[in-house]
Design a binder for this molecule. Structure first.
Ligand code: ATP
Length: 202
């Protein structure tokens, strides 16, 4: 089924948002003719504690800075404002109400390959089409096998972008350069707020 004109939803911890996330959103927008991409920073992620104790509000702000000025990108507070754990299946249901043009959920292959750990995953798999971005170590064949045969899966044809938030956090901690990995406005915000163990003046 064509995804043209749908709204892409891109959920993540975004701790912090990096160039890989923005490139995935750009490629999905262009390749599938989406009308826009809405970034959905998680509030309290159900799967894991947020490393380095960075609150949802700070992760939201970094996404806001990264998408500011992009004509087809925006950020939603839906998960940030929800108290307690957020489940993607509930977010998707709520966003479908807000977007009668239809939605598609954008996700990296690493995260999607672990779908069976997500809350109410059988319903989630059937709730909307998925756009799956390549990540190292996950074969596209994974998504042709059960349980993914229950879902409408669209593989996003793009090169692997070898950047992750954990790598970015490590680079900050170790005082290594992050040029080309983090948008400049986000980098400035991280430094001015001393996140990720950034050392003053670095
Ligand atoms: P961490 O290193 O802390 O696990 P991350 O870089 O995977 O973080 P998340 O905020 O967890 O970032 O990712 C949000 C979504 O973006 C996930 O679906 C993830 O798979 C995807 N994603 C993150 N980085 C990339 C990348 N470089 N290429 C493709 N997809 C990515």
């Amino acid at each position: 089924m064509s995804l043209k004109g749908r709204t892409g939803l891109f959920g993540g911890t975004f701790n912090p948002i990096h160039i890989g996330h923005l490139r995935v959103a750009e490629e999905a927008l262009r390749h599938f003719g989406l009308r826009e991409v809405v970034f959905l920073p998680t509030g309290v992620p159900p799967h894991r504690a947020v490393d380095e104790g960075v609150p949802a509000e700070a992760r939201y702000e970094m996404v806001r800075l990264a998408v500011a000025g992009h004509p087809h990108f925006s950020v939603s507070r839906i998960e940030v404002d929800r108290p307690g754990p957020c489940y993607t299946v509930d977010t998707i249901a709520a966003m479908k109400e807000l977007h009668p043009e239809g939605i598609a959920y954008i996700v990296g292959a690493d995260i999607f390959s672990r779908i069976e750990t997500w809350h109410d995953w059988p319903r989630l798999l059937r709730s909307c089409p998925f756009i799956v971005a390549p990540r190292p170590g996950i074969s596209p064949a994974t998504f042709r096998r059960p349980p993914f045969d229950r879902a409408e899966v669209h593989l996003l044809p793009m090169p692997l972008i070898a950047v992750s938030s954990s790598e970015v956090r490590r680079r900050y901690r170790e005082g290594l350069p992050v040029e080309g990995l983090v948008p400049p406005g986000v980098d400035a915000w991280i430094r001015s707020h001393g996140l990720y163990g950034v050392r003053g003046g670095s």
